[in-house]
Design a protein around this ligand. Structure first.
Ligand code: ZN
Length: 322
């Protein structure tokens, strides 16, 4: 999901509204809830996966959010999922994979650059006893700000100083193209500027990766273009364990797993993203493989089952062996 001015500005009052502020003067501000570390660890063969709750951001839900669906149908889907009709709470979950002697973080969240209610990846790592300097690899799925901003702290230093940062070649080509800063439409400019700064002087050690290749032992990058030109998903395999990291193939599953034809305004090429969504949800359902979504409710992992015209995300049972 790209973060724009409207998202950020819209967040604070909506989060407060959601906390019931006004009714109970003593109620804790909603952003304090985001300061509690959310950490969920699961085993996948020999690999250990730690889901880190980066945070939650509220977005006004109006007719512009899903341009190709009637807003009444969207509100009905929200009601079906027991969510409010006019506000979507978008969550972010980063993943730390420990496998094959590597510590690999997949996407970074915001670190200390985001709005209130975010930044939980760093709190979660600390709570899990993981020194961020011990992370040797950071893998980026794509360059939207909610995924990439956390590569650097607000003071410009590297959040993961010893990590090699792996980025998809087509994503790099799109955002870092020489003429992009001048050519980019207005709404993409903040993203272009941020990415240019992050990977500019003093930036992380970066290596591009190609699709359909193992980028670390057991971790394969797979093409998922549409959300952005280089948007990537991953298959993690260890022994009998398999996990598909679905990145932003969908935003909130109650809307887009359930209704894969619906397109969130964040998808840069809506038709291509829709085709990608169908292909990968269908594969996940057919293979009965465990999945993880960046924007699913924490701990953002489960299985995909066919249901009606679409699919359902069936969450894992907390604490059950995998
Ligand atoms: Zn996103």
């Amino acid at each position: 999901m790209p973060i724009d001015r409207r998202t950020v500005l819209g967040a604070a009052p909506l989060l407060l509204a959601g906390s019931g502020a006004g009714a109970a003067p003593a109620a804790a501000p909603a952003q304090e809830a985001g300061t509690i570390p959310g950490v969920y660890r699961y085993q996948l063969g020999e690999a250990t996966v730690t889901a880190l709750h980066e945070g939650t951001l509220a977005r006004p839900l109006d007719a512009t959010f899903i341009p190709n669906a009637p807003v009444e149908a969207v509100r009905a889907a929200m009601a079906r999922a027991f969510m409010p009709p006019d506000r979507l709470d978008i969550t972010f979950t980063t993943l730390l994979i420990e496998a094959g002697g590597h510590r690999i973080l997949v996407d970074t969240g915001f670190a200390d650059n985001g709005p209130p209610g975010t930044g939980g990846t760093l709190r979660g790592l600390a709570a899990a006893g993981i020194d961020r300097a011990s992370i040797d690899t950071v893998v980026m799925s794509h360059f939207h700000l909610d995924h990439v901003l956390g590569l650097r702290l607000k003071d410009g230093s590297l959040t993961y100083p010893n990590a090699e940062v792996l980025v998809p070649t087509p994503e790099w080509a799109f955002w870092m193209d020489e003429g992009m800063a001048a050519r980019a439409p207005e709404r993409l400019r903040p993203n272009v500027q941020a990415v240019t700064r992050i990977f500019g002087p003093g930036g992380p050690r970066m290596t591009q990766y190609a699709w359909d290749k193992e980028i670390r032992p057991g971790l394969t990058a797979l093409p998922a273009p549409g959300h952005t030109p280089g948007h990537t998903v991953f298959l993690l395999e260890s022994g009998p364990g398999r996990l598909m990291l679905m990145s932003d193939v969908t935003n909130h599953p109650a809307l887009f797993v359930r209704h894969p034809d619906w397109s969130a305004v964040f998808d840069m090429d809506a038709d291509q993203a829709r085709a990608t969504r169908h292909r990968l949800l269908d594969r996940a359902a057919a293979d009965r493989v465990q999945v993880a979504f960046y924007h699913a409710p924490f701990p953002a992992t489960g299985h995909v089952a066919r249901s009606g015209e679409g699919y359902e995300l069936v969450p894992v049972q907390w604490g059950a062996p995998t």
